[in-house]
Design a protein around this ligand. Structure first.
Ligand SMILES: [Zn+2]
Length: 237
């Protein structure tokens, strides 16, 4: 009989030792003010949803859209920006994720969506965002990515961040995000610099069912909520 340990070993063998440290070359330097390409416009002018670009942790290509530093959104015309927003919102909705960055749908622009975690839940569009402040305090949590299907892993993130971004109406706003929501902002922001959560893993990549089991096993009665993995919703983004 195959044990869960066997399947975990096979899984790790399949993915090798992941891609730790591969990404960061992509994020050196400032984001470019590139002209909009014909390929980008072809995607933006579609209707319905956009296919999500996926990545295998054993892949080595460095110029793929998920590994590039995305260009500033500033060069996109307002109408195209709004079209892209409609497509990304529809894509996020059907994906079941809590956040989505434009490179995940093949558009290498500095735009992402985050579902705010306070009630009423709403999705904000952040154009040319910058994280202008990060808490010194860090917290571990499990993350999954829509671009890396069926697996997840533990990542350490700042417990709060201050994000400055432009809205679709062209207003520059500053927003302070805490807890699980701050994790989503950091995950999406990384996408704009070609960084994937697998570059920040604390431990192995695991199949979803293994993460569910671990979160259950780690639960301790009376444990501080922020440190209790079961207190943190597990989601992909
Ligand atoms: Zn992701």
């Amino acid at each position: 009989m195959r044990t869960s340990l066997d399947s975990r070993r096979n899984f790790l063998k399949f993915f090798g030792t992941t891609t730790l440290g591969l990404a960061v070359a992509a994020c050196a330097g400032r984001a470019a003010r590139e002209e909009v390409t014909a390929a980008e416009l072809a995607l933006i002018r579609r209707t319905g949803t956009l296919p999500i670009v996926t990545w295998s942790p054993s892949a080595t290509e460095r110029d793929a859209v998920l590994r590039r530093k995305a260009a500033l959104a500033g060069r996109l015309r307002r109408r195209d920006l709004e079209r892209l927003d409609v497509l990304m919102r529809a894509t996020l909705k059907v994906s079941g994720g809590v956040g989505l960055a434009a490179p995940q749908v093949g558009v290498s622009r500095r735009i992402f969506l985050v579902e705010l975690q306070s009630e009423p839940r709403r999705v904000v569009t952040c154009v040319d965002p910058r994280i202008i402040e990060r808490s010194r305090e860090m917290v571990d949590g499990y993350e999954g990515c829509l671009s890396i299907p069926k697996v997840g892993g533990k990542v350490s993130r700042h417990t709060s961040v201050t994000v400055s971004y432009t809205t679709l109406d062209g207003k520059r706003v500053t927003y302070v995000s805490k807890g699980w929501e701050a994790r989503i902002f950091q995950h999406e922001y990384d996408h704009l610099d070609g960084i994937l959560y697998v570059d920040r893993l604390k431990g192995p990549l695991l199949p979803y069912e293994e993460i569910r089991r671990l979160r259950k096993a780690e639960k301790k009665p009376g444990k501080q909520a922020a440190l209790d993995p079961t207190a943190t919703p597990w989601a992909v983004m």
